[in-house]
Design a protein around this ligand. Structure first.
Ligand code: CP
Length: 341
């Protein structure tokens, strides 16, 4: 049987996402969780993490299971991720063997692999996480790749539901690009927009010219919004976008046309330092009471001001907490034995 994977929330039907979100809310409210006794989640981190690693480890422990963390090149062998190469360099282990072996030890595998390719055309294929899914033989969870951060998207959706109800149709969700000293992946903004689209919200993507998300991702966000009663709009006017908004989600991402050429990207980004979420912009939201969201980690006074993060608008800590509950619900679904704890 093909194992159930979570590479992107858009691979899962609406009713299953709704069920995961409902279950996440139940678990957060204190419902007894399924037992993962004797089960292991093997996590492979090619990149650092605070929230993802901790919340998955705690989730497994809370259900009586066990989490193993591997960091290739740091205590675990360096992994070659390309196909068909002569492995006469630094890497001593190939991703195919790594995935096959880890799938024999654990009931599920989870992988974080940010883009490392030279071009967006290559990076957008998310080959590392997909290789694990192809070869592990057990359910594979994407813990953030170039294109998607599905667990973040689920926590984002849970946070939106907590503030606006289970079906917040008609509420305005503004995803705003922010200035940042480095070009970052588009996984979080694409996943956040998908989360709001799935809830039928009015999604507005505010970004400077040149900072469009991947066209296929925009088409997917539009399709998800259409079938859930939502809308999608793109603008380069941040102040107009936040006026009357219900939720403002800040995230920086790199220009995809400049992917692999950081100097060109830095020059393109330089004029846009004013793209920051501050108290004036949050005061312009609906009744001055819109909520502020960010996946974290966030650079204070670069992406968002202290006054917003420490003010009444911010829900970023709730969002981070919801990673734990959303992932417990995902693990219950994927490890599928709903016994009593
Ligand atoms: N939001 C998120 O994924 O946080 P970490 O990078 O700390 O895991």
């Amino acid at each position: 049987m093909t194992p159930r994977n979570l590479i992107a929330t858009d691979d899962w039907p609406d009713d299953e996402i709704r069920a995961v979100l409902a279950r996440a809310a139940e678990l957060k409210a204190g419902a007894a969780g399924a037992s993962f006794a004797g089960k292991a989640l093997i996590m492979v981190f090619f990149n650092p993490s605070l929230r993802t690693r901790t919340s998955f480890e705690v989730a497994m422990a809370r259900h009586g299971g066990h989490a193993v963390v591997l960091e290739p090149g740091k205590g675990a062998w360096t992994i070659e991720t390309r196909s068909g190469v002569v492995m006469d360099g630094e890497a001593v282990e190939h991703i195919v063997e790594a995935a096959r072996v880890l799938g024999r030890y654990g009931e599920a595998v989870a992988v974080r692999a940010f883009p490392s390719a030279d071009t967006w055309a290559e990076a957008r294929r998310d080959e590392v996480v997909r290789a694990f899914a192809d070869h592990a033989g057990v359910p594979t969870i994407n813990m953030e790749s170039a294109r998607r951060h599905p667990c973040q998207g689920l926590a984002d959706a849970q946070t939106l539901q907590e503030n606006f109800g289970a079906q917040p149709r008609g509420r305005r969700f503004v995803l705003t690009w922010s200035w940042h000293p480095k070009p970052l992946p588009t996984a979080v903004p694409a996943s956040a927009a998908l989360a709001a689209a799935r809830l039928g919200m009015e999604v507005v993507v505010a970004r400077p010219p040149g900072y469009d998300l991947d066209p296929d991702d925009m088409a997917t966000i539009k399709a998800v919004a259409d079938r859930n009663g939502g809308t999608v709009e793109v603008t380069d006017n941040l102040d107009a976008a936040v006026t009357g908004a219900d939720a403002v989600y800040a995230k920086s991402w790199g220009c995809l046309d400049d992917f692999g050429t950081p100097e060109a990207e830095a020059a393109r980004r330089a004029p846009h330092r004013g793209w920051i979420v501050n108290e004036d912009r949050m005061s312009a939201t609906r009744d001055g009471a819109g909520i502020f969201l960010h996946c974290l980690p966030v650079r204070r006074n670069v992406v968002v001001t202290d006054g917003v993060l420490d003010g009444p608008w911010s829900r970023v800590t709730d969002q981070a907490e919801n990673r734990l509950h959303a992932q417990r619900a995902v693990l219950e679904t994927m490890l599928s034995n709903r016994g009593e704890k």
